[in-house]
Design a protein around this ligand. Structure first.
Ligand SMILES: C[S@@+](CC[C@H](N)C(=O)[O-])C[C@H]1O[C@@H](n2cnc3c(N)ncnc32)[C@H](O)[C@@H]1O
Length: 264
Protein backbone atom coordinates (compact mmCIF):
# COMPACT_ATOMS: atom_id res chain seq x y z
CA UNK A 1 0.00 0.00 0.00
CA UNK A 2 1.29 3.47 -0.82
CA UNK A 3 2.37 5.88 1.89
CA UNK A 4 -0.54 8.19 1.05
CA UNK A 5 -3.13 5.45 1.46
CA UNK A 6 -1.57 4.32 4.73
CA UNK A 7 -2.01 7.80 6.07
CA UNK A 8 -5.64 7.83 4.89
CA UNK A 9 -4.99 10.61 2.37
CA UNK A 10 -6.76 10.79 -0.98
CA UNK A 11 -4.49 9.92 -3.91
CA UNK A 12 -4.37 12.42 -6.78
CA UNK A 13 -6.71 11.40 -9.60
CA UNK A 14 -3.93 10.79 -12.15
CA UNK A 15 -2.45 7.98 -10.04
CA UNK A 16 -5.37 5.73 -10.99
CA UNK A 17 -5.29 6.62 -14.72
CA UNK A 18 -3.92 4.65 -17.68
CA UNK A 19 -1.60 6.84 -19.70
CA UNK A 20 -0.90 6.43 -23.42
CA UNK A 21 2.75 7.20 -23.76
CA UNK A 22 3.87 5.57 -27.02
CA UNK A 23 4.50 8.11 -29.74
CA UNK A 24 4.07 5.39 -32.37
CA UNK A 25 0.69 4.28 -31.05
CA UNK A 26 -0.63 7.84 -30.84
CA UNK A 27 0.51 8.56 -34.43
CA UNK A 28 -1.25 5.37 -35.55
CA UNK A 29 -4.44 6.41 -33.74
CA UNK A 30 -4.43 9.93 -35.16
CA UNK A 31 -3.92 8.35 -38.58
CA UNK A 32 -7.30 6.65 -38.16
CA UNK A 33 -9.05 10.00 -37.65
CA UNK A 34 -9.96 12.85 -39.97
CA UNK A 35 -8.10 15.32 -37.72
CA UNK A 36 -6.10 17.74 -39.84
CA UNK A 37 -4.50 21.13 -40.16
CA UNK A 38 -7.78 23.11 -40.28
CA UNK A 39 -9.29 21.58 -37.16
CA UNK A 40 -9.93 22.84 -33.67
CA UNK A 41 -9.49 19.82 -31.39
CA UNK A 42 -10.56 19.48 -27.78
CA UNK A 43 -8.56 17.15 -25.54
CA UNK A 44 -10.08 16.10 -22.21
CA UNK A 45 -7.42 15.22 -19.64
CA UNK A 46 -4.14 15.88 -21.47
CA UNK A 47 -2.23 14.36 -18.53
CA UNK A 48 1.48 14.47 -19.30
CA UNK A 49 0.85 15.87 -22.77
CA UNK A 50 1.85 12.94 -24.99
CA UNK A 51 -1.26 13.23 -27.17
CA UNK A 52 -1.28 17.02 -26.88
CA UNK A 53 2.24 17.25 -28.36
CA UNK A 54 1.13 15.50 -31.55
CA UNK A 55 -2.17 17.39 -31.72
CA UNK A 56 -0.54 20.83 -31.58
CA UNK A 57 1.71 19.81 -34.48
CA UNK A 58 -1.19 18.45 -36.49
CA UNK A 59 -4.00 21.00 -36.08
CA UNK A 60 -4.85 24.66 -36.16
CA UNK A 61 -5.98 24.93 -32.56
CA UNK A 62 -5.98 22.63 -29.54
CA UNK A 63 -7.97 23.22 -26.36
CA UNK A 64 -7.02 20.97 -23.45
CA UNK A 65 -8.75 20.72 -20.07
CA UNK A 66 -6.87 19.10 -17.17
CA UNK A 67 -8.25 18.79 -13.64
CA UNK A 68 -5.03 17.87 -11.87
CA UNK A 69 -3.03 20.88 -10.64
CA UNK A 70 0.35 19.13 -10.74
CA UNK A 71 -0.14 17.87 -14.28
CA UNK A 72 -1.48 21.24 -15.37
CA UNK A 73 1.60 23.06 -14.03
CA UNK A 74 3.87 20.61 -15.87
CA UNK A 75 1.87 21.10 -19.07
CA UNK A 76 2.20 24.88 -18.77
CA UNK A 77 5.95 24.47 -18.52
CA UNK A 78 6.19 21.87 -21.30
CA UNK A 79 4.11 23.89 -23.77
CA UNK A 80 5.38 27.38 -22.92
CA UNK A 81 5.16 29.47 -26.11
CA UNK A 82 2.95 26.99 -28.00
CA UNK A 83 0.54 29.49 -29.47
CA UNK A 84 -2.11 27.16 -30.83
CA UNK A 85 -2.62 25.45 -27.43
CA UNK A 86 -5.23 26.76 -24.98
CA UNK A 87 -4.84 25.04 -21.63
CA UNK A 88 -7.45 25.11 -18.88
CA UNK A 89 -7.03 23.91 -15.31
CA UNK A 90 -10.61 22.78 -14.68
CA UNK A 91 -12.95 19.86 -14.18
CA UNK A 92 -14.14 19.10 -17.71
CA UNK A 93 -17.60 18.29 -16.37
CA UNK A 94 -17.90 21.91 -15.17
CA UNK A 95 -16.12 23.47 -18.15
CA UNK A 96 -18.10 25.31 -20.86
CA UNK A 97 -17.93 23.68 -24.25
CA UNK A 98 -17.36 25.98 -27.26
CA UNK A 99 -20.66 27.79 -27.78
CA UNK A 100 -20.13 28.03 -31.53
CA UNK A 101 -17.78 26.90 -34.26
CA UNK A 102 -16.94 23.40 -35.38
CA UNK A 103 -14.58 21.31 -33.27
CA UNK A 104 -13.51 17.69 -32.89
CA UNK A 105 -12.56 15.76 -29.76
CA UNK A 106 -9.69 13.34 -29.27
CA UNK A 107 -9.12 12.10 -25.72
CA UNK A 108 -7.99 9.30 -23.47
CA UNK A 109 -10.62 10.02 -20.86
CA UNK A 110 -10.82 8.93 -17.22
CA UNK A 111 -12.96 5.76 -17.24
CA UNK A 112 -14.81 6.80 -14.07
CA UNK A 113 -16.41 9.69 -16.02
CA UNK A 114 -17.07 7.97 -19.36
CA UNK A 115 -20.87 8.31 -19.36
CA UNK A 116 -20.87 11.84 -17.95
CA UNK A 117 -18.30 13.00 -20.54
CA UNK A 118 -20.12 11.37 -23.43
CA UNK A 119 -23.44 12.89 -22.34
CA UNK A 120 -21.90 16.32 -21.91
CA UNK A 121 -20.44 16.21 -25.43
CA UNK A 122 -23.41 14.70 -27.24
CA UNK A 123 -26.21 16.53 -25.44
CA UNK A 124 -24.62 19.94 -25.87
CA UNK A 125 -26.15 22.67 -28.06
CA UNK A 126 -22.94 22.67 -30.07
CA UNK A 127 -21.70 19.07 -30.05
CA UNK A 128 -18.42 18.07 -31.73
CA UNK A 129 -18.65 17.14 -35.40
CA UNK A 130 -16.56 14.06 -34.59
CA UNK A 131 -15.10 12.56 -31.43
CA UNK A 132 -12.61 9.77 -30.72
CA UNK A 133 -12.66 8.62 -27.11
CA UNK A 134 -10.58 5.94 -25.41
CA UNK A 135 -12.88 3.88 -23.22
CA UNK A 136 -13.58 0.46 -21.77
CA UNK A 137 -14.77 -1.92 -24.48
CA UNK A 138 -17.83 -2.89 -22.42
CA UNK A 139 -18.90 0.79 -22.16
CA UNK A 140 -18.38 1.31 -25.91
CA UNK A 141 -20.57 -1.72 -26.65
CA UNK A 142 -23.31 -0.37 -24.41
CA UNK A 143 -23.26 2.98 -26.25
CA UNK A 144 -23.34 1.16 -29.59
CA UNK A 145 -26.32 -0.95 -28.51
CA UNK A 146 -24.47 -4.27 -28.49
CA UNK A 147 -25.67 -6.92 -27.92
CA UNK A 148 -28.99 -5.06 -27.49
CA UNK A 149 -30.10 -1.43 -27.68
CA UNK A 150 -29.91 0.51 -24.41
CA UNK A 151 -31.33 3.84 -23.30
CA UNK A 152 -27.94 5.41 -24.07
CA UNK A 153 -27.59 3.81 -27.52
CA UNK A 154 -31.11 4.89 -28.47
CA UNK A 155 -30.39 8.45 -27.35
CA UNK A 156 -27.12 8.59 -29.31
CA UNK A 157 -28.02 6.93 -32.59
CA UNK A 158 -30.49 9.51 -33.93
CA UNK A 159 -27.70 12.11 -33.77
CA UNK A 160 -24.44 10.21 -34.26
CA UNK A 161 -22.97 7.30 -36.21
CA UNK A 162 -20.81 5.18 -33.94
CA UNK A 163 -18.05 2.69 -34.65
CA UNK A 164 -14.90 1.31 -33.05
CA UNK A 165 -11.82 2.86 -34.63
CA UNK A 166 -9.19 0.86 -32.74
CA UNK A 167 -8.83 -2.12 -30.38
CA UNK A 168 -5.96 -1.53 -27.93
CA UNK A 169 -3.51 -4.01 -26.47
CA UNK A 170 -3.41 -3.60 -22.70
CA UNK A 171 0.37 -3.05 -23.07
CA UNK A 172 -0.39 0.20 -24.93
CA UNK A 173 -1.05 1.84 -21.53
CA UNK A 174 0.96 2.66 -18.44
CA UNK A 175 -0.05 1.14 -16.11
CA UNK A 176 -1.81 -1.70 -17.94
CA UNK A 177 -5.60 -1.53 -17.47
CA UNK A 178 -7.46 -4.52 -16.04
CA UNK A 179 -10.07 -4.38 -18.82
CA UNK A 180 -10.16 -4.32 -22.64
CA UNK A 181 -10.03 -0.83 -24.09
CA UNK A 182 -11.08 0.60 -27.48
CA UNK A 183 -11.15 3.90 -29.33
CA UNK A 184 -14.78 4.73 -30.08
CA UNK A 185 -15.60 7.10 -32.94
CA UNK A 186 -18.72 9.27 -33.02
CA UNK A 187 -19.68 11.21 -36.13
CA UNK A 188 -22.49 13.73 -36.02
CA UNK A 189 -25.17 12.98 -38.60
CA UNK A 190 -25.71 15.81 -41.09
CA UNK A 191 -29.43 15.12 -40.85
CA UNK A 192 -30.57 13.77 -37.46
CA UNK A 193 -33.05 10.86 -37.51
CA UNK A 194 -35.25 12.73 -35.02
CA UNK A 195 -35.99 16.40 -35.63
CA UNK A 196 -35.32 18.90 -32.80
CA UNK A 197 -39.10 19.53 -32.63
CA UNK A 198 -39.76 15.84 -31.90
CA UNK A 199 -36.82 15.24 -29.58
CA UNK A 200 -38.70 15.64 -26.31
CA UNK A 201 -41.38 13.16 -27.47
CA UNK A 202 -38.65 10.73 -28.47
CA UNK A 203 -36.90 11.03 -25.09
CA UNK A 204 -40.18 10.36 -23.31
CA UNK A 205 -41.00 7.47 -25.64
CA UNK A 206 -37.66 5.71 -25.25
CA UNK A 207 -37.47 6.18 -21.46
CA UNK A 208 -40.96 4.74 -20.99
CA UNK A 209 -40.84 2.04 -23.65
CA UNK A 210 -37.67 0.52 -22.20
CA UNK A 211 -39.16 0.09 -18.75
CA UNK A 212 -39.78 -3.45 -17.55
CA UNK A 213 -38.08 -5.16 -20.49
CA UNK A 214 -40.57 -3.80 -23.00
CA UNK A 215 -43.63 -3.87 -20.76
CA UNK A 216 -43.61 -0.07 -21.09
CA UNK A 217 -44.69 -0.43 -24.72
CA UNK A 218 -47.92 -2.06 -23.59
CA UNK A 219 -48.70 1.00 -21.50
CA UNK A 220 -48.02 3.45 -24.32
CA UNK A 221 -50.11 1.85 -27.05
CA UNK A 222 -53.47 0.13 -26.82
CA UNK A 223 -53.67 -3.40 -28.24
CA UNK A 224 -54.72 -2.37 -31.74
CA UNK A 225 -52.16 0.44 -31.94
CA UNK A 226 -49.42 -1.88 -30.73
CA UNK A 227 -50.06 -4.61 -33.28
CA UNK A 228 -50.17 -1.95 -36.02
CA UNK A 229 -46.87 -0.47 -34.70
CA UNK A 230 -45.23 -3.93 -34.70
CA UNK A 231 -46.48 -4.51 -38.25
CA UNK A 232 -45.08 -1.15 -39.41
CA UNK A 233 -41.76 -1.93 -37.73
CA UNK A 234 -41.74 -5.47 -39.20
CA UNK A 235 -41.55 -7.02 -35.73
CA UNK A 236 -42.91 -10.56 -35.90
CA UNK A 237 -42.92 -12.25 -32.51
CA UNK A 238 -41.89 -9.62 -30.00
CA UNK A 239 -38.54 -10.31 -28.26
CA UNK A 240 -37.54 -7.12 -26.48
CA UNK A 241 -33.74 -7.56 -26.70
CA UNK A 242 -33.94 -8.23 -30.44
CA UNK A 243 -35.53 -4.92 -31.50
CA UNK A 244 -32.91 -3.01 -33.45
CA UNK A 245 -32.50 0.77 -33.70
CA UNK A 246 -34.41 1.24 -36.99
CA UNK A 247 -37.32 -0.72 -35.56
CA UNK A 248 -37.35 1.50 -32.46
CA UNK A 249 -37.50 4.46 -34.85
CA UNK A 250 -40.48 2.90 -36.64
CA UNK A 251 -42.22 2.25 -33.30
CA UNK A 252 -41.67 5.89 -32.35
CA UNK A 253 -43.05 7.13 -35.68
CA UNK A 254 -46.08 4.93 -35.21
CA UNK A 255 -46.50 6.29 -31.66
CA UNK A 256 -46.41 9.87 -33.02
CA UNK A 257 -48.91 9.12 -35.79
CA UNK A 258 -51.42 6.92 -34.00
CA UNK A 259 -51.13 7.78 -30.31
CA UNK A 260 -49.99 11.41 -30.18
CA UNK A 261 -51.56 12.07 -33.58
CA UNK A 262 -48.74 14.35 -34.71
CA UNK A 263 -47.21 14.24 -38.18
CA UNK A 264 -43.47 14.19 -39.05
C1 LIG B 1 -6.48 8.32 -18.66
S1 LIG B 1 -5.57 9.76 -18.26
C2 LIG B 1 -5.02 10.23 -19.85
C3 LIG B 1 -3.86 11.17 -19.84
C4 LIG B 1 -3.25 11.46 -21.21
N1 LIG B 1 -4.21 12.05 -22.10
C5 LIG B 1 -2.70 10.18 -21.80
O1 LIG B 1 -3.37 9.59 -22.64
O2 LIG B 1 -1.63 9.76 -21.40
C6 LIG B 1 -6.89 10.88 -17.90
C7 LIG B 1 -6.50 12.30 -17.61
O3 LIG B 1 -7.69 13.02 -17.33
C8 LIG B 1 -7.51 13.86 -16.21
N2 LIG B 1 -8.85 14.02 -15.64
C9 LIG B 1 -9.53 13.18 -14.85
N3 LIG B 1 -10.75 13.67 -14.56
C10 LIG B 1 -10.84 14.86 -15.21
C11 LIG B 1 -11.85 15.87 -15.29
N4 LIG B 1 -13.02 15.72 -14.66
N5 LIG B 1 -11.61 16.96 -16.03
C12 LIG B 1 -10.44 17.11 -16.69
N6 LIG B 1 -9.44 16.20 -16.62
C13 LIG B 1 -9.63 15.09 -15.91
C14 LIG B 1 -6.53 13.08 -15.33
O4 LIG B 1 -5.86 13.93 -14.41
C15 LIG B 1 -5.60 12.50 -16.40
O5 LIG B 1 -4.61 13.42 -16.75
Amino acid sequence: MSKNKKQGQKLPLWVSQNFLTSHRTIIKLLGRTTIGIHDHVLEIGPGKGHITRLLVDKCRKVTAVEIDARLYDKLLEKFKGTENLHLYHQDFLQWRLPASGAYKVFANIPFCHTTAILRKLTESRNPPTEAWLVMEKSAARRFMGKPRETLRSLMLKPLFDLDIAYYFQREDFHPKPGVDVVLIHLKKKTQPDISPAQWRYYEHFVANALQGGGAGLGRMFNKRQLSRAFREATIHGFVFGEIIYVQWLCLFRSYCRHVLQIRD
